[in-house]
Design a binder for this molecule. Structure first.
Ligand code: PFF
Length: 458
């Protein structure tokens, strides 16, 4: 059977940006930055993107492109059958299930806000009314389940059409459109009274507000936002044909992804500080701030509709890449056809998502380790599975595939000692050790410093 291939390099880059840029940038980043005190959290996040996220992105692209198969089989194909490294692929498949099940619920919220925008429910309404919409959606089991169903149906439909016809065509138009609208909102936010405070909040680090849990969250989010640590980029990389400049592509995608998150953060916090709201509002933050801005803007009706349409698109392209990880595996492993495989996997994820859709209403009394299902799936996947998956992928790339692979990744720059040693060092030591220390720090009561403190007292 002939494997699908991206039509050209641009199509691939746009698809990879489509996977990376999503709800993580515009919904999750601002709210977790708000919960963790802003600047210092953002700094850790940016360092992680540059020093850990981008090298792992490169590693995943390389693994995918050379293996030309799904993320579990890739590790076997590049070493030997039954290799323990395939656990990294398993972690990815599990993470895809968990992430997509809550991601789809948030995608559903976006859909519901899109219909509110179309029905002109923002413009001219008092801010309290607009802000109240969110509570009424998450508190309503029927609405949450309905919109989760619609969102999953869209994603399943696109994955059935196939990655090429489904994703490529729309990406070319809508991703640039999304970026342009975000820049326009940024310009508008620059005239709000809360704009300077938003900049200070996000970019002036106050290390006293950083906790071990906050550092772990920043590391986890740097994986989540770049879609690394779980084989999504291995899978997309496996549809790449001829040689490409992988480091350049990874850098470009990392830059685009970071820019979107920063712009979204500044816009949202400008509204927060202009309206005297609290930065630590949690997962509802985006939905309680942006519609208020649209309500009072010239052309607010059209901007609201365009905005939610584009966020929906960004969410769908990311969700498609999550589903694709599992579908590629199931199709190739069990020899299922694409339609059957997608319906099967999508159905299971949809069912799991029902737990998330009802975790703020029907099942709000059910908690596991103090989390409802929605936050449990988010925390387990983003803060643990992705970093552990990423740690294994970078060890595999740096030590098992080794110097030869890194040279081959660098192509024309393979003779530059600077690039060779930087990538080698990041993949072999910095990324795995950094992730390990952060995980350890968050598990030990009192963190690593307390451990060192005890050691120095002895
Ligand atoms: N990167 C996506 C976002 O920021 O919304 C989420 C995501 C997609 C995570 C694909 C992981 C993944 F494999």
């Amino acid at each position: 059977m002939k494997r699908t291939r991206w039509s050209n390099q641009l199509a691939f880059i746009l698809a990879a940006i489509g996977s990376a840029v999503g709800l993580g940038n515009i919904w999750k980043f601002p709210y977790i930055a708000g919960e963790n005190g802003g600047g210092a959290f953002v700094l850790v996040y940016l360092v992680c993107i540059a020093a850990i996220g981008i090298p792992i992105f490169i590693a995943e692209l390389f693994i995918g492109q050379h293996a030309q198969c799904n993320a579990v089989a890739a590790f076997e194909k590049l070493t030997s059958k039954g290799t323990p490294w395939r656990v990294s692929g398993w972690i990815g498949v599990l993470a895809a299930f968990l992430i997509l099940s809550f991601y789809s619920v948030v995608g559903g919220w976006v859909l519901s806000f899109l219909t509110k925008g179309i029905a002109n429910r923002f413009v001219g309404q008092p801010a309290e009314v607009v802000r109240g919409y969110m509570a009424s959606i998450i508190g309503d089991a029927k609405a949450s389940i309905f919109w989760h169903t619609v969102f999953m149906a869209i994603v399943i439909g696109i994955v059935i059409m196939g990655i090429k016809d489904g994703v490529e065509r729309w990406n070319k138009v809508l991703m640039p459109g999304f970026f342009a609208l975000l820049v326009a909102l940024f310009v508008r936010a620059a005239f709000l009274p809360g704009f300077p405070l938003a900049l200070t909040f996000l970019f002036a680090p106050d290390t006293s507000r950083l906790t071990a849990a906050g550092i772990l969250e920043a590391v986890g989010h740097s994986f989540f936002t770049l879609s690394v640590g779980m084989g999504a980029i291995i899978t997309y990389g496996s549809y790449l044909g001829e040689k490409q400049e992988l480091p350049r592509i990874a850098f470009l995608i990392g830059l685009a992804d970071t820019l979107v998150a920063m712009i979204a953060g500044v816009v949202i916090f400008s509204i927060v500080f202009s309206a005297g709201l609290k930065p630590e509002a949690g997962p509802t933050l985006m939905f309680q701030t942006l519609p208020v801005l649209f309500a009072s803007m010239a052309g607010g009706y059209y901007i609201a509709v365009a905005f939610f349409l584009l966020v929906l698109f960004a969410a769908v392209t990311s969700a498609v890449s999550l589903l694709e990880v599992v579908v590629a595996y199931v199709d190739e492993h069990w020899n299922l056809n694409r339609t059957k495989g997608t319906l099967l996997v999508g159905g299971v994820i949809y069912t799991l998502g029902l737990l998330c859709a009802t975790s703020n209403n029907l099942l709000s009394h059910v908690t596991v380790l103090g989390y409802n299902f929605f936050s449990l799936f988010d925390t387990v996947s983003s803060n643990y599975l992705l970093p552990i998956g990423g740690l294994l992928i970078s060890l595999f790339y740096g030590w098992v595939l080794g110097k030869k692979a890194i040279r081959s990744t660098l192509g024309a720059h393979a003779d530059s000692p600077f690039w060779l040693h930087s990538l080698l060092w990041c993949a072999r030591i910095l990324a795995p050790v950094g992730v390990f220390l952060v995980l350890l720090n968050s598990i030990l009561p009192g963190g690593i410093l307390a451990l060192l403190g005890i050691a120095s007292e002895r």
